[in-house]
Write a protein that binds this ligand. Sequence first.
Ligand code: AAL
Length: 398
Amino acid sequence: MIDSLKFSIVMILFLSFLASCSDRISTLSAPPNEGLDLSDEKLDFLGITNKEKLSSASKRALQWTDEQLYNNDWYFEYSIYDLDGDFAYEEGVVRRDPSAMIKYEGKYYTWYTKSTGQTDGFKGDIGKDKVFPWDRSDIWFATSEDGITWKEKGVAISRGEEGEYDDRSVFTVEILVHEGTYYLCYQTVGGLYNKRVKNQIGLSWSKSPDGPWTKSPNPILSPSDNGIWKGDDLQDRFSVIQKGDFDSHKVHDPCILHYKGKFYLYYKGEQMGESITFGGRQIRHGVAIADHPRGPYIKSPYNPISNSGHEICVWPFNGGIASLITTDGPERNTVQWAKDGINFEIMGAVKDSPKAIGLNRTVESEKEPLEVLGWGLTHEYKNYNYQYIRGFKTRKKK
Ligand code: AAL
């Protein structure tokens, strides 16, 4: 009697467990139909024949707004073209990672990484060699009347004196103009450029885009220090005991925006022991926020704020921040937007995008989501040794 009671209880529990599983399975595989627009026109456009048998993909497509379906303002295609004057390709010279363009006294200005000579890599004497195209670089600037023909004006920021945090290379620069002061933020490497070297972010400011520039005595952002290398081979960046935060190795590609009365420094993080995932390199973005352009910058506790991307390309739009996510990670080639500058949603996916974009910040970026991407600067690899700055322009759907 007791045994059969026990058996019944066990059976009841088992059956209710099965029922709860099948509930969960059916919820997972089929989002509900409620609220879907099943008009003949929409079904015909999407090529859905049987509205009684909607796959999950068809249900998602039916949830897209008319704007996403017929004319997504967050979608673009692009082409790349040569620039003239000093931005024409020059053998033996690296010009890359252009900053955004600003306008001053009727001329466009841009800043960029410049170095000379071929890249030797890490096999020889890193104390003498140039290990990357952006190693042993300085930051130069150029101006243009029409955005096509550029005149190189000279060095803006040089590498620091021996022993300073930026004595090996300064590169990958962005510009912020705030209340009549010009701020350049950029990557820095100090000491020997081995594969484990930490990369930081420096800042300089001036009352004129032509300089002279005053350098911050210390970096304004550094990698987190909670990763642990395994072994002491300075040329092995993949062996770790603990990877640490998403930016435990390098903070890169800085870009400061004045947003909601504060200064948002968006940056790319590289992690110690970086892996290759199904979307490419493990690259994510973070943000650090300050009350003054010179800092101190405090990293957001929500970091990382992207799971994909590469060079930072961000602009203000509609009270929030838009971000073009390129190159790496499962969400590469998407345009995202966050109404608070932190929690980004995918607004559109593109086939491909220009790399290392220098945005045109002289246009009214609020006009349309991608107004700021109408035309701008990018860089291209002529070969591994030499890169040059080119132009890009975008168009809506063909
Ligand atoms: C770029 C950027 C940074 C890296 C190197 C030069 O794509 O992400 O600038 O350090 O490559």
